[in-house]
Each structure stands twice: as structure tokens, then as C-alpha cells.
Write a protein that binds this ligand. Structure first.
Ligand SMILES: C[S@@+](CC[C@H](N)C(=O)[O-])C[C@H]1O[C@@H](n2cnc3c(N)ncnc32)[C@H](O)[C@@H]1O
Length: 263
């Protein structure tokens, strides 16, 4: 087995990340960035470094999962949105505004668009806009393209796939235009300090802030507070924490799903 394959085997066993899910190029680029930082010029040396310094394992995990996302990631969060939050917003207004901050390759905003579309089917006078932003131009253009492998659709029902995707000749699935019309994809850096829009009803910023310092996280909470309407919803990733300062901006709505409302 060559040096690269040995390193991949170690990563699969130790980090529990299935490298075969990714393109080899992607893995190599991410590995190269960690090899540069740690000044390990070969796969063999980097492999030995990983074994010697367990803290590098966390750094590599972050580097490999930076764009990882899924349709209806954490389904219970989307269930609260579908059954409670969206219907309750539509009881008081005809049009709602959502920001998917750090949207990666688009699965999160398209999942939101599916929920919105299904809610609006019952009443044609209702509608919604989703702002979907990311700092990474490359991933944002993948999001705009909206073409996914079949295995990316595992959290969708057959009916949802039929309704919202077109199967292309090469076996990939393309988002249908009726979902795209509600989404505005924009390049935006969350560290720049201004919300992408104001008067928002919901902000989802999930699994984005792992690299942010405590100060940057506090700034971001202020930014989100400024962008949301009173009573608007802020949704974090399940492994992220609000922190003390956030408690003056947001109160818990569903603690387990990391859903908060603006004070
Ligand atoms: C792990 S993905 C999360 C995708 C989706 N929110 C989810 O939970 O499935 C994190 C995304 O955050 C983006 N990101 C990281 N830093 C950012 C920043 N400063 N501004 C905007 N996006 C950022 C990355 O480019 C990446 O696409």
C-alpha cells in the first residue's frame, strides 16, 4: 500500500470519516493545507505527525469537514421548522424571510425552500425569500448549480425527489426552478459584521463558527440580533453553544434543537 493509501486508512479508522465519499482531489487539497501548516512535506511524515500529536487530529477533522452538509441535516430541527415555526409565522404574515448563513453547497437553503414550498401550497398568497450566503465562491457556485448525487438525497422522500428534482442523463439530480426562484445566493463573509438583510424571520447559521474566536462569535450574535425581527428565530448547529453573552440577545425556544428567539 502506498503512503497516501496508508494515510487514508488511518483517517478512516481514527476520524471515522469515509474518505471514499469525497473526491480524491478534495482530500488531497485539504491534506496539503494541513501539511503546509504543520510543515510536513510528505504523506508519510504527516501520517507520523498525526500519530504523535492527537491535537492535529481535531485540526484535520475540521479541515476535512469544512463544507460538509446534507439535505435536512438534523431532521428534528427541520421538523420543528415545518410543524411549528413556519406555520406560526404564516399565521401572522403572508411573506417570510430566512437567511441561511454559511450555506455551503446549498442543501440547507434548498431544504428550507422545500418546507416553504410545501407550506405555501395550501395558500397561494403566502411566499418566502431565502438568502443563502457563504464565504467560499467555489462552494457557492456549486450551490447555485443545484446538482447532487443520488446518495445526497437520502433524507428526502421519493415524493419530494419527484416533485423537486429532475434526474439528469448522468444519474445526478438537479433542483427544479420552482425552488430556485425563492433563493438568493450571495457571497458574504460573516466576519465582516453586517447582516445580509434586515427584518428577517429566521436565521440559520449551523456548523459554521468552529473556527471563530469567542469575540467573533459575540460579534456574530450582535449581527444576527440586528438582522432579525423581534421574536425572530436563530438556529445554531447541534454541537455549537450560545455562551453567556448570547443570553442577553436570545432566549431558548427548543434547547435540544438549538433554536432560539430574539429578545
Ligand atoms: C460545515 S458547512 C455548514 C453548512 C450548513 N450550514 C450545515 O450545517 O449543513 C460550513 C460553511 O461555512 C462557511 N463559512 C466558514 N466561514 C465563513 C464566514 N466567515 N462567512 C461565511 N461563511 C463561512 C464555509 O465556507 C462552509 O461552507
Amino acid at each position: 500500500m502506498d503512503e497516501f493509501s496508508l494515510l487514508l486508512r488511518f483517517i478512516e479508522q481514527t476520524l471515522d470519516i469515509r474518505c471514499s465519499q469525497y473526491k480524491e482531489d478534495y482530500i488531497k487539497r485539504r491534506l496539503m493545507s494541513r501539511m503546509n501548516v504543520t510543515r510536513m512535506p510528505t504523506y508519510r511524515e504527516y501520517h507520523a505527525f498525526l500519530r504523535a500529536y492527537p491535537e492535529e487530529i481535531a485540526a484535520l477533522r475540521n479541515a476535512l469537514t469544512i463544507n460538509v452538509t446534507k439535505f435536512f441535516r438534523d431532521p428534528e430541527v427541520f421538523s420543528v421548522l415545518r410543524h411549528e415555526i413556519i406555520p406560526s409565522l404564516f399565521r401572522t404574515k403572508k411573506r417570510i424571510r430566512i437567511w441561511s448563513a454559511g450555506c455551503s453547497s446549498g442543501e440547507e437553503p434548498y431544504s428550507l425552500a422545500i418546507i416553504l414550498h410545501e407550506a405555501c401550497l395550501r395558500d397561494k398568497s403566502m411566499s418566502g425569500t431565502i438568502y443563502a450566503t457563504d464565504i467560499d465562491h467555489e462552494i457557492l457556485s456549486k450551490a447555485k448549480q443545484g446538482v447532487y448525487e443520488k446518495n445526497a438525497l437520502e433524507n428526502l422522500s421519493e415524493l419530494q425527489i419527484k416533485r423537486h428534482f429532475t434526474c439528469l442523463p448522468d444519474g445526478t439530480y438537479e433542483i427544479k426552478p420552482h425552488l430556485r426562484t425563492n433563493i438568493r445566493f450571495l457571497h458574504h463573509d460573516l466576519m465582516k459584521g453586517a447582516p445580509v438583510s434586515r427584518y428577517l424571520d429566521i436565521i440559520t447559521c449551523r456548523n459554521v463558527t468552529i473556527y471563530f474566536t469567542e469575540n467573533q462569535k459575540s460579534e456574530l450574535l450582535r449581527e444576527f440580533h440586528g438582522g432579525l425581527l423581534p421574536g425572530g428565530y436563530y438556529i445554531m448547529g447541534l454541537s455549537e453553544y450560545m455562551g453567556k453573552e448570547g443570553e442577553s440577545f436570545f432566549r431558548p425556544y427548543r434547547v435540544q434543537q438549538k433554536i432560539y428567539t430574539r429578545i
